[in-house]
Design a protein around this ligand. Structure first.
Ligand code: ADP
Length: 603
């Protein structure tokens, strides 16, 4: 991403170079520690190649002096030219190793950071994901880490190189021509710094121009997207005016920027090159007074350009380091986030499947003022089937999330086989619970991989048995690639009913004591529905089942229905009992929600 250097830095991404902030950067450096051998070797090569390059102007000066007959250790023009070539050759070999060694460090340590981030990320509790947007998290793994990679591979090396150039260059000049050096140091660095500040300002202006242009493009995009609306409201003239107005702004800002850009270029031509002219002029007077040779003047001017360049380079690096601190801050923030608890060592415990909610009161951490569950109390025996009914937002899914230990319990308790789930390791607990979700999302990969997700060690026979029970084997078999058929974004698209049956096969393979069915709200076609229903019936057999019910067909079969409203259970009983309650919430829901089902002849 070297090409990004020099772009205007987003102010919000920069951090001050304080001690505390530098400590953050060092927090990231621990990832480079395993590769410190490469790093040190790279630094040595860098050091050597920087020193080597610094001898170049000196020897070049001697070459010119040799032409005018000045005495040096070697007076032969060809000999000195060969030395120069030799310097370049050694320098290029050093540079190769420097780049290669730093790449070793940056590539490997960035991989380690990415893996550490990802491993940690997927282990974070649900509350973390509630508070973050996916895009933001992805950008931490991608852009933030890439920026750190630049820091490890380019920025640090550049920093060292520029500092060496600056210090050694100036020291050498002071030693050889002190008066001219003093003269140079009070002109050139100041001019370079002014040029840099000016340059930054101009880049900021051109970013404003780009922003204005983007705003203008939004008008075009919006209009074209809603062309029907624009035409039907005869808004053509209005939209054209809006666009013209936006473009006027672009021109205004761009012209302002152009004024400064022009001034900048004039400044560079006049002041910066003027500074160089001044140095050469002063040098020339020294030469004519016999205090300095022409070759020394040439090497002096070359050193001066080196020094000017490294002052400019350091300014750039300063910005890069500030940005890198911002990135490491964001990366470390995730790494320091507390992961879900893990209780190590314990064997996976199989449960019989009795569940008891004891006066559970709950609010999501992100919304502390809002009680989502308000004293939920029920128990389900092993193998029993219950349904949760209620309007959307009543708290049905929250009950499931708590059972899965996605969130820490507040008041009350949840017992599994009589034991509080507070003491359970979340992963072991989830091993005992199978879920068939409302919307089945399959991972990109084969059908086999998707079914195996439940139990990676399962045999071919077990997979086929599970698929058969789930009424999925028949359609899987019909694909030319069978179980190896690719699904997901790059594979074939399965129908809703087919995906449901894959999810059922997955759950069968997992063979959990407890099953959660989140029924799809949108209905499948009748044939598919029957196949899914039959598969579900098989899956539910002998398992404690909680259904978030949307279908009358399932709800009629359950042992008990809990009717939820605003986080409370307000009615409980079977379908007949609850339907018979006049003015009952369930009876009302049935009329409302299941009207479609009721009108179906099959029900
Ligand atoms: P149901 O499943 O019955 O539709 P939910 O349990 O999903 O209801 O939601 C109950 C209430 O909790 C709703 O008001 C919903 O907005 C809120 N809620 C659900 N999930 C979260 C969450 N992760 N963070 C904050 N509030 C949530």
């Amino acid at each position: 991403m070297a090409k990004q250097r020099g772009l205007p830095l987003d102010e919000s991404e920069k951090r001050k170079l304080s001690k505390k902030n530098l400590a953050k950067l060092s927090g990231i450096f621990r990832f480079a520690l395993p590769y410190k051998g490469y790093f040190i070797a790279g630094m040595i090569f860098l050091f050597l190649s920087s020193l080597m390059l610094l001898t170049f102007p000196f020897v070049a000066g001697k070459l010119i002096d040799a032409a005018s007959g000045e005495e040096w250790v070697i007076n032969d023009i060809n000999g000195i030219a060969f030395i120069l070539l030799g310097i370049l050759l050694v320098q290029s070999i050093f540079s190769f190793f420097r780049v290669w060694l730093f790449a070793q460090v940056s590539e490997r340590s960035m991989k380690d950071i990415r893996v550490a981030l990802y491993e940690h990320l997927v282990r974070l509790p649900m509350t973390f994901f509630d508070q973050r947007r996916t895009g933001e998290l992805i950008s931490r793994i991608t852009s933030d880490v890439s920026l750190l990679q630049d820091t490890f591979s380019i920025t640090l090396a550049e920093l060292l190189r520029q500092v060496i150039t600056l210090l050694v260059g100036i020291a050498f000049l002071f030693y050889s021509t002190p008066r001219l050096t003093l003269f140079m140091l009070i002109t050139i660095p100041l001019l370079v710094i002014i040029a840099m500040v000016f340059g930054r300002f101009i880049r900021k202006l051109s970013k404003t121009t780009q922003d204005e242009l983007a705003a203008a493009n939004v008008v075009v995009e919006e209009t074209l997207q809603s062309i029907v609306t624009v035409k039907s409201f005869t808004g053509e003239a209005y939209e054209s005016n809006r666009y013209r107005f936006r473009l006027d702004r672009v021109v205004e800002v761009a012209l302002k920027a152009a004024k400064f850009r022009g001034a900048f270029i004039s400044f560079i031509i006049f002041a910066l090159f003027g500074g160089i002219v001044a140095v050469i002029w002063y040098g020339a007077t020294l030469v004519s007074a016999g205090e300095m040779s022409i070759g020394d003047l040439v090497s002096f001017v070359l050193y001066t350009t080196f020094i000017g360049g490294s002052i400019a380079g350091l300014g750039d690096i300063y910005g890069q380091v500030q940005k890198a601190i911002g990135s490491s801050e964001r990366v470390l923030e995730i790494l320091e986030e507390a992961a879900e608890e893990r209780k190590s060592g314990a064997e996976v415990q199989k449960v019989a499947g009795s569940i008891r909610f004891k006066q559970v009161v709950f609010h999501y951490p992100t919304r502390p003022e809002y009680r989502v569950l308000d004293g939920i109390d029920f128990s389900i025996g092993p193998g029993e089937k219950v349904a949760l009914a209620g309007h959307s937002g009543a708290g049905k899914s929250t009950i499931i999330q708590l059972l899965l230990k996605f969130y820490a319990l507040g008041q009350g308790d949840i017992l599994l086989d009589g034991q509080s789930i507070r003491h359970w390791d979340p992963q072991q607990l989830r091993q005992n619970i199978g879920i068939v979700p409302q919307e089945v999302l399959l991972f990109g990969g084969s059908i086999r991989e998707n079914i195996l997700y439940a139990r990676p060690g399962a045999t071919e026979k077990e997979i086929i048995a599970a698929a058969t029970q789930a009424n999925a084997w028949e359609f899987i078999q019909r694909f030319p690639d069978g179980l190896d058929t690719l699904v997901g974004e790059r594979g074939i698209k399965l129908s809703g009913g087919q995906r449901q049956r894959i999810a059922i096969a997955r759950a069968i393979l997992k063979d959990p004591a407890i099953l959660i069915l989140d029924e799809a709200t949108s209905s499948l076609d009748a044939a598919s529905e029957a196949l899914v229903q039959e598969a579900l019936d098989k899956l539910m057999k002998g398992r404690t089942t909680i259904i978030i019910a949307h279908r009358l067909a399932t709800i009629r079969k359950v042992d008990r229905i809990y009717v939820l409203k605003s986080g409370k259970i307000i009615e409980e009983g079977n379908h007949e009992e609850l339907s018979a309650l006049s003015n009952g919430h369930y009876a009302h829901l049935v009329n409302l929600q299941f009207a479609d089902d009721l009108s179906r002849p099959s029900d």
